[in-house]
Write a protein that binds this ligand. Structure first.
Ligand SMILES: Cc1cc2nc3c(=O)[nH]c(=O)nc-3n(C[C@H](O)[C@H](O)[C@H](O)COP(=O)(O)O)c2cc1C
Length: 162
Protein backbone atom coordinates (compact mmCIF):
# COMPACT_ATOMS: atom_id res chain seq x y z
CA UNK A 1 0.00 0.00 0.00
CA UNK A 2 1.53 3.30 -1.04
CA UNK A 3 -1.37 5.71 -1.33
CA UNK A 4 -2.41 6.68 2.17
CA UNK A 5 -5.35 8.95 2.89
CA UNK A 6 -3.21 11.03 5.25
CA UNK A 7 -6.25 11.17 7.54
CA UNK A 8 -6.84 9.77 11.01
CA UNK A 9 -4.59 8.58 13.73
CA UNK A 10 -3.31 5.17 14.66
CA UNK A 11 -4.39 4.60 18.28
CA UNK A 12 -1.63 3.54 20.69
CA UNK A 13 -3.53 0.32 21.34
CA UNK A 14 -3.39 -0.57 17.62
CA UNK A 15 0.29 0.26 17.44
CA UNK A 16 0.93 -1.99 20.44
CA UNK A 17 -0.95 -4.84 18.79
CA UNK A 18 1.04 -4.43 15.60
CA UNK A 19 4.36 -4.41 17.48
CA UNK A 20 3.25 -7.36 19.62
CA UNK A 21 2.57 -9.35 16.44
CA UNK A 22 6.17 -8.60 15.42
CA UNK A 23 7.75 -10.13 18.49
CA UNK A 24 5.68 -13.30 18.08
CA UNK A 25 7.50 -14.12 14.84
CA UNK A 26 9.68 -17.21 14.82
CA UNK A 27 13.45 -16.68 14.92
CA UNK A 28 16.32 -19.05 14.25
CA UNK A 29 17.42 -20.54 17.57
CA UNK A 30 14.93 -18.25 19.32
CA UNK A 31 17.51 -15.44 19.15
CA UNK A 32 14.91 -12.68 18.53
CA UNK A 33 17.46 -10.29 17.01
CA UNK A 34 14.87 -7.67 16.01
CA UNK A 35 14.38 -4.19 17.33
CA UNK A 36 11.74 -1.73 16.16
CA UNK A 37 11.83 2.05 16.13
CA UNK A 38 8.40 3.65 15.94
CA UNK A 39 8.36 7.04 14.25
CA UNK A 40 5.13 9.04 14.42
CA UNK A 41 6.43 12.60 14.50
CA UNK A 42 5.45 14.28 11.21
CA UNK A 43 8.71 16.18 10.92
CA UNK A 44 10.78 13.06 11.47
CA UNK A 45 8.68 11.09 8.97
CA UNK A 46 9.37 13.85 6.46
CA UNK A 47 13.11 13.67 7.15
CA UNK A 48 13.05 9.89 6.61
CA UNK A 49 11.16 10.42 3.34
CA UNK A 50 13.93 12.72 2.12
CA UNK A 51 16.50 9.91 2.40
CA UNK A 52 14.23 7.10 1.19
CA UNK A 53 13.75 7.02 -2.60
CA UNK A 54 11.48 3.98 -2.26
CA UNK A 55 9.08 5.58 0.21
CA UNK A 56 5.91 6.83 -1.46
CA UNK A 57 2.84 8.51 0.01
CA UNK A 58 2.25 10.06 3.40
CA UNK A 59 2.20 7.45 6.11
CA UNK A 60 1.00 8.20 9.65
CA UNK A 61 3.78 6.12 11.14
CA UNK A 62 6.93 4.29 10.18
CA UNK A 63 8.27 1.24 11.99
CA UNK A 64 11.99 0.93 11.34
CA UNK A 65 12.73 -2.79 11.53
CA UNK A 66 16.28 -3.35 12.75
CA UNK A 67 18.62 -6.23 13.48
CA UNK A 68 20.69 -6.07 16.63
CA UNK A 69 23.98 -7.48 15.33
CA UNK A 70 25.25 -8.33 18.81
CA UNK A 71 22.27 -10.58 19.39
CA UNK A 72 22.46 -11.92 15.84
CA UNK A 73 26.09 -13.01 16.38
CA UNK A 74 24.94 -15.20 19.25
CA UNK A 75 23.30 -17.23 16.49
CA UNK A 76 26.77 -18.35 15.37
CA UNK A 77 27.75 -18.81 11.75
CA UNK A 78 25.31 -17.34 9.33
CA UNK A 79 23.80 -15.45 12.26
CA UNK A 80 23.43 -12.21 10.36
CA UNK A 81 21.68 -13.79 7.42
CA UNK A 82 19.36 -15.68 9.73
CA UNK A 83 18.72 -12.44 11.58
CA UNK A 84 17.53 -10.77 8.38
CA UNK A 85 15.11 -13.67 7.85
CA UNK A 86 13.93 -13.38 11.45
CA UNK A 87 13.36 -9.64 11.20
CA UNK A 88 11.59 -10.09 7.85
CA UNK A 89 9.19 -12.56 9.47
CA UNK A 90 8.53 -10.02 12.22
CA UNK A 91 7.86 -7.40 9.55
CA UNK A 92 5.36 -9.63 7.74
CA UNK A 93 3.60 -10.37 11.04
CA UNK A 94 3.29 -6.64 11.68
CA UNK A 95 1.91 -6.01 8.18
CA UNK A 96 -0.74 -8.72 8.61
CA UNK A 97 -1.68 -7.41 12.07
CA UNK A 98 -1.97 -3.91 10.61
CA UNK A 99 -4.21 -5.18 7.82
CA UNK A 100 -6.44 -6.96 10.33
CA UNK A 101 -6.90 -3.57 12.04
CA UNK A 102 -7.77 -1.82 8.76
CA UNK A 103 -4.33 -0.23 8.41
CA UNK A 104 -2.37 -0.38 5.15
CA UNK A 105 1.38 -0.88 5.05
CA UNK A 106 4.34 -1.08 2.71
CA UNK A 107 7.76 -2.63 3.33
CA UNK A 108 10.58 -0.41 2.06
CA UNK A 109 14.15 -1.50 1.50
CA UNK A 110 15.10 1.46 -0.67
CA UNK A 111 16.38 3.95 1.90
CA UNK A 112 19.72 5.29 3.04
CA UNK A 113 20.73 3.19 6.02
CA UNK A 114 23.48 5.63 6.93
CA UNK A 115 21.14 8.62 6.91
CA UNK A 116 18.40 6.83 8.86
CA UNK A 117 20.99 5.66 11.39
CA UNK A 118 22.16 9.21 11.89
CA UNK A 119 18.65 10.70 12.02
CA UNK A 120 17.40 8.23 14.61
CA UNK A 121 20.68 7.92 16.53
CA UNK A 122 20.90 4.19 15.91
CA UNK A 123 24.10 2.70 17.37
CA UNK A 124 26.70 0.87 15.27
CA UNK A 125 25.66 -2.62 16.37
CA UNK A 126 22.07 -2.08 15.20
CA UNK A 127 21.25 -2.23 11.48
CA UNK A 128 17.99 -0.92 10.03
CA UNK A 129 16.90 -3.36 7.33
CA UNK A 130 13.35 -2.33 6.42
CA UNK A 131 10.97 0.57 6.87
CA UNK A 132 7.31 -0.29 7.35
CA UNK A 133 4.99 2.55 6.47
CA UNK A 134 1.55 2.51 8.09
CA UNK A 135 -1.55 4.51 7.34
CA UNK A 136 -5.20 4.47 6.41
CA UNK A 137 -6.31 3.84 2.90
CA UNK A 138 -9.14 5.32 0.85
CA UNK A 139 -9.25 2.38 -1.47
CA UNK A 140 -7.39 -0.90 -1.26
CA UNK A 141 -5.61 -1.44 -4.57
CA UNK A 142 -6.04 -4.59 -6.60
CA UNK A 143 -3.12 -6.85 -5.80
CA UNK A 144 -0.64 -7.42 -8.64
CA UNK A 145 -1.00 -10.72 -10.45
CA UNK A 146 0.81 -13.67 -8.98
CA UNK A 147 2.81 -16.34 -10.81
CA UNK A 148 0.57 -19.39 -10.93
CA UNK A 149 0.97 -22.33 -8.58
CA UNK A 150 1.55 -24.51 -11.65
CA UNK A 151 4.61 -22.45 -12.44
CA UNK A 152 5.91 -21.99 -8.93
CA UNK A 153 5.26 -25.30 -7.19
CA UNK A 154 7.25 -28.44 -7.78
CA UNK A 155 6.26 -31.84 -6.46
CA UNK A 156 8.68 -34.40 -5.04
CA UNK A 157 11.60 -32.80 -6.88
CA UNK A 158 12.34 -29.75 -9.02
CA UNK A 159 11.54 -31.30 -12.37
CA UNK A 160 7.93 -32.21 -11.61
CA UNK A 161 4.93 -29.93 -11.81
CA UNK A 162 1.44 -31.27 -11.46
C1 LIG B 1 12.10 -6.84 0.78
C2 LIG B 1 11.12 -5.88 0.14
C3 LIG B 1 11.53 -4.61 -0.18
C4 LIG B 1 10.63 -3.70 -0.74
N1 LIG B 1 11.03 -2.40 -0.96
C5 LIG B 1 10.14 -1.53 -1.46
C6 LIG B 1 10.52 -0.18 -1.64
O1 LIG B 1 11.65 0.24 -1.37
N2 LIG B 1 9.58 0.69 -2.10
C7 LIG B 1 8.31 0.27 -2.41
O2 LIG B 1 7.49 1.10 -2.82
N3 LIG B 1 7.92 -1.01 -2.26
C8 LIG B 1 8.81 -1.91 -1.78
N4 LIG B 1 8.42 -3.21 -1.58
C9 LIG B 1 7.03 -3.62 -1.90
C10 LIG B 1 6.98 -4.35 -3.23
O3 LIG B 1 7.28 -3.46 -4.28
C11 LIG B 1 5.59 -5.00 -3.38
O4 LIG B 1 5.43 -5.97 -2.39
C12 LIG B 1 5.42 -5.58 -4.78
O5 LIG B 1 5.31 -4.55 -5.70
C13 LIG B 1 4.21 -6.50 -4.89
O6 LIG B 1 3.04 -5.83 -4.52
P1 LIG B 1 2.07 -6.47 -3.43
O7 LIG B 1 2.87 -6.62 -2.15
O8 LIG B 1 0.96 -5.47 -3.28
O9 LIG B 1 1.61 -7.76 -3.96
C14 LIG B 1 9.30 -4.11 -1.03
C15 LIG B 1 8.91 -5.43 -0.73
C16 LIG B 1 9.80 -6.29 -0.14
C17 LIG B 1 9.33 -7.68 0.20
Amino acid sequence: MRRFSGEGDIPDEYMQRILEAGVWAPSAGGIQPWEFIVVRDRGRIYQIKLVSPGLFGDPLAIVVVCVNLERARKGGRGGEMMAIMDASMAAQNMMLAAYSLGIGSCPIASFSKAAVKELLEIPDHVEPILLLTLGYVDQWPNPPRRRSLEEVVHYEGYRKHR
